[in-house]
Design a protein around this ligand. Structure first.
Ligand code: SF4
Ligand code: FES
Length: 240
């Protein structure tokens, strides 16, 4: 265990936890956008900026991926922090002004409109979809088109492999900007991404006749977990 201070609170936290974990433990709010508790943090949006003071030096860092340290002093609400979060949020809002989740978070931070304009884009390069597809689904169907220094310049930003994609919709679920959308129409699932549209045939339940999940996803799960053939012929509602 290490002891640190978050604002005026002394917090004990297990080594390996992040500042965000430690703050959550004691009820100190730190806003996040590119963070998801089920995925590894990469610290790309900077909305969770905090000020850390160690060895007499103060620096801004991202709380979602900064590990706790003995004696660390963290400020979550200093002027520096407020300004850093404001800039990060305005950058996101300027790029994606019509996104419900970005607008909501911006309002929570007291921002109605960005003070500058940027080229609008669907994807804010948060990598949540890439991480979900790799870490949770294991399909590795999504990659960034532009990497390194060129990242963020080229459009579209992500590329979805129609061969690897199983149509599961995990990417749309985690995407904070609604840049990926999923719609089931009759026997087809339609996934729209910044890199194009894909269609997947849905399986029909043998009992109720409803189309309930993509064939490709069900085949992927059955193969991965060595399940009996025919296990997904009926939908969850019609199983005992
Ligand atoms: S498509 Fe959505 S989840 Fe994927 S990187 Fe872009 S904004 Fe993030
Ligand atoms: S939530 Fe920490 S950098 Fe995005």
């Amino acid at each position: 265990m290490v002891k640190l201070t978050i604002d005026d609170k002394v917090v004990e936290a297990e080594e390996g936890l992040t500042i965000l974990d430690a703050a959550n433990k004691v009820g100190v709010y730190i806003p996040t956008l590119c963070y998801h508790e089920a995925l590894s943090p990469i610290g790309s949006c900077r909305v969770c900026s905090v000020e850390v003071i160690a060895d007499g030096t103060s620096n801004l860092t991202t709380a979602c991926n900064y590990p706790v340290e003995e004696g660390l002093k963290v400020r979550t609400n200093s002027e520096k922090v407020v300004q850093a979060r404001r800039l990060a949020m305005e950058l996101l809002l300027a790029q994606r002004p019509h996104s419900g989740s970005i607008g909501k978070l911006a309002k929570k931070l007291g921002i109605e409109e960005p003070s500058f304009t940027l080229k609008q884009r669907e994807c804010i390069l948060c990598e949540l979809c890439v991480r979900a597809c790799h870490e949770i689904v294991g399909a590795d169907a999504i990659t960034f088109i532009a990497q390194g220094i060129n990242r963020g310049i080229d459009e579209p930003s992500i590329e979805v492999s129609p061969i690897k994609c199983i149509g599961c919709d995990s990417c749309a679920y985690v995407c904070p900007t609604e840049a990926i959308t999923v719609e089931d129409v009759g026997d087809t699932r339609i996934i729209n991404t910044p890199s194009g549209k894909m269609e997947f045939k849905l399986r029909k339940c043998r009992t109720c006749g409803n189309y309930w999940a993509p064939e490709k996803q069900l085949d992927y799960i059955a193969k991965k977990w060595h399940l009996e053939p025919g296990i997904f012929d009926t939908c969850p509602d019609c199983r005992d």
